[in-house]
Design a protein around this ligand. Structure first.
Ligand SMILES: [Zn+2]
Length: 157
C-alpha cells in the first residue's frame, strides 16, 4: 500500500524547508507493514510568559502506537521534553527548542528517524516551557500508526 507517512512520495519535508528520505518506507513510497493512521494531539495548558506547564500525560488508548512524525503549532516559542511514560526514557538530552524539532506547522512534519512504539495503555509524557515571555498556547501532534490494526478494525475503530 501507499506509505502513510509520505503519501508515496518517498520523501518528507523537514522543518528547515528541505526534504529527507521517508523513514517509514526508506524512500520507496510503498509500505506493506501493519498499521492504521493515527494522530495523537496534546493541547498543553496555556503557559504564562517564561512559565512551565505541569507534566502532561497523553494516554495511548486503543493499540500500540508507532510515532513517526512530529508537528506543533503555538502562539510563541517554547521548549519541550518527551518521555515514554512506561520507561521514563527521555527523547532529548534537554528540553529542545520548538524550531529545532517540532517546527511551527508551516514547513511540514519532522520525521522520527527511527519510529518509536509506545505500548497500548502506555503514555507519552510532555514537559513544556514557554520561552517567548508571553502567554503561550501550544499543541503538539504525534503522527503515526496504530499497530494491531486488524483487531481494532473489527471493533470499528
Ligand atoms: Zn514513505
Amino acid at each position: 500500500m501507499t506509505c502513510p507517512a509520505c503519501q508515496g512520495a518517498g520523501a518528507v519535508a523537514t522543518p528547515g524547508g528541505g526534504a529527507a528520505q521517508c523513514p517509514v518506507c526508506s524512500g520507496t513510497g510503498d509500505y506493506s507493514g501493519p498499521g492504521r493512521f493515527k494522530v495523537y494531539e496534546l493541547t498543553v495548558p496555556q503557559m504564562a510568559g517564561n512559565a512551565a506547564a505541569p507534566t502532561q500525560a497523553l494516554n495511548i488508548t486503543d493499540a500500540p502506537f508507532k510515532w513517526m512524525l512530529a508537528m506543533a503549532t503555538s502562539t510563541g516559542v517554547f521548549t519541550a521534553q518527551i518521555k515514554d511514560g512506561a520507561t521514563q526514557r527521555p527523547f532529548f538530552n534537554q528540553q529542545v527548542h520548538r524550531d529545532t524539532f517540532w517546527g511551527n506547522a508551516s514547513n511540514g512534519p519532522f520525521p522520527i528517524l527511527v519510529p518509536y512504539v509506545f505500548p497500548q495503555m502506555g503514555s507519552i509524557l510532555v514537559d513544556c516551557t514557554d520561552i517567548s515571555g508571553a502567554a503561550n498556547n501550544v499543541r503538539l501532534a504525534f503522527i503515526g500508526v496504530e499497530l494491531d490494526g486488524l483487531a481494532n478494525a473489527s471493533r470499528g475503530r
